[in-house]
Design a binder for this molecule. Structure first.
Ligand SMILES: [Zn+2]
Length: 458
């Protein structure tokens, strides 16, 4: 696998990779400064892995336990706790407070942690009771236990406990001896992340994961570009992709919510496409940089108010008088009834052609083609090579060529094969062009994404 940007497993702070795995959140929490070692106590696997990240954290903890429970800072460090206690404790200038930071697998571990840290059971219970209402029952809790020097002992000063989204609570012992809690609101902001890489020889899925695209965005990315690329046949190793998405982060820069894809681009050997998300009526919708919708699905019928007189399938041919595949659908309507391009595309052929009569062939993305036969005449500008929009009138109903009466014979070819037009996926939400106000809003969204991409592409 090759990538234009190396995978960075834990660079939440530089905004390149975000993970929703709580284990990674724990890793991203900064190790505490010297003098505030973590401690082990009772803990679940998640907590163990989190704490193990700090080199020697386990060793530090042993010394801390001894010291806090029994005696003034400094004397307990000898039993193997290298720097286990505040280094300053051996000098006259002791820190006013000692902070111990711990990661709990869940809030239910709080009491056990507090007693493990040397609080008497009654105090531990009261602190827990004051803190619990602010803590989420699921998910890790970051607990900072703060002690102050009280003569030659360490006394509980306060507990600062926070959830993954940075909301939490501070519990202190008031002068009266009671415990007072103060809630802390989550400080969540939305950050834009950009990832880019190249396709490996395996799959888009593995390629995207390798550069840190959140799992949940991978199908969204493929969907956003599905009108421009067939991911099964048109994408191969070495093709370049880029994605931009937003995700809520808390005050520490840890992801704290669901990511939303804003931009997707893909460049293969033969073509390139980039799309921006701009929701319409609450529906996910994608547009190219100029604000054109990427919806290229075909309209169900290219004629209004027509009657289907012959469906797709084997038929006794009314003119040739033998069984033959009827490779399309016949829509009967009066001469002059407008015929519309059922999808955006380019005109591959427009002109008279033997039994087809006046005939138009449109080429759409993904190798799709639509064919319109027996037209009375073509609309203005319908010539080979011209580009037509979905729903643009290309001609009108006639009965030219081998035809028994006014009708449109309509075919859909996918990768060169005739398919039943009624089986072709259509999209009723086929987007209209953005109106002026939406276009301005779209351009603002697009420009914000592009600024983020530029900033993060170094
Ligand atoms: Zn027909």
């Amino acid at each position: 696998m090759s990538m234009t940007s190396a995978p960075r497993p834990n660079p939440l702070r530089d905004g390149t990779v975000a993970s929703y795995d709580p284990r990674v959140w724990a890793q991203s929490w900064s190790p505490q400064p010297a003098g505030s070692p973590g401690t082990l106590g009772r803990m679940g696997p998640a907590r163990r892995s989190a704490i193990a990240l700090g080199a020697g954290a386990g060793i530090l903890a042993l010394g801390a336990l001894t010291a806090i429970a029994m005696r003034p800072a400094g004397t307990g460090a000898g039993a193997g706790g290298i720097g286990a206690l505040p280094a300053a404790s051996a000098t006259p200038a002791e820190p006013a407070e000692v902070r111990h930071t711990l990661i709990l697998a869940h809030a239910g571990d709080l009491t056990g942690m507090l007693t493990g840290q040397g609080l008497d059971p009654d105090t531990a219970q009261k602190v827990t009771t004051a803190a619990l209402p602010a803590l989420k029952p699921d998910g890790q809790v970051r607990a900072v236990l703060v002690f102050r020097h009280d003569g030659d002992k360490l006394a509980f000063a306060r507990l600062e406990a926070s959830n993954g989204d940075s909301s939490g609570v501070v519990v202190r012992r008031a002068a009266s001896g009671a415990f007072a809690s103060a809630r802390v609101a989550a400080q969540v902001s939305t950050r834009t992340f950009v990832v880019h890489g190249t396709m490996d020889g395996d799959s888009f899925y593995t390629s995207a994961l390798a550069v840190g695209m959140p799992n949940s965005l991978i199908p969204v990315f493929a969907r956003a570009l599905s009108f421009d690329f067939n991911f099964q046949t048109e994408v191969s190793a070495g093709d370049a992709f880029e994605a931009a998405y937003t995700q809520p982060v808390n005050a520490s820069g840890e992801v704290a919510g669901v990511p939303v894809l804003l931009y997707a681009s893909l460049t293969t050997a033969t073509k390139s496409a980039a799309v921006y998300r701009f929701d319409q009526n609450g529906q996910e919708a994608w547009f190219d940089a100029s604000g054109r919708s990427t919806v290229h699905a075909l309209m169900r019928t290219p004629v209004d108010g027509a009657r289907v007189t012959s469906k797709f399938g084997m038929r006794f041919h009314p003119v040739l008088h033998f069984m033959k595949l009827h490779g399309g659908i016949d829509f009967a309507a009066p001469i002059g009834t407008p015929i519309y391009a059922s999808g955006e595309g380019q005109i591959e052929f427009a002109g008279p052609k033997g039994p087809n009569g006046n005939f138009v062939k449109l080429r759409h993305t993904n190798g799709w083609e639509t064919l319109y036969l027996h037209m009375n005449r073509f609309a203005q500008g319908i010539v080979e090579g011209a580009h037509v929009a979905q729903g643009q009138q290309i001609g009108e109903i006639g009965t030219t060529g081998r035809s028994t009466g006014p009708h449109l014979h309509y075919e859909v070819h996918i990768n060169g094969e005739q398919v039943d037009p009624l089986d072709v996926p259509t999209d009723n939400a086929a987007a209209k062009a953005l109106d002026t106000r939406d276009l301005l809003a779209f351009e603002a969204v697009r420009d914000r994404v592009d600024v983020s991409r530029a900033q993060q592409s170094q």
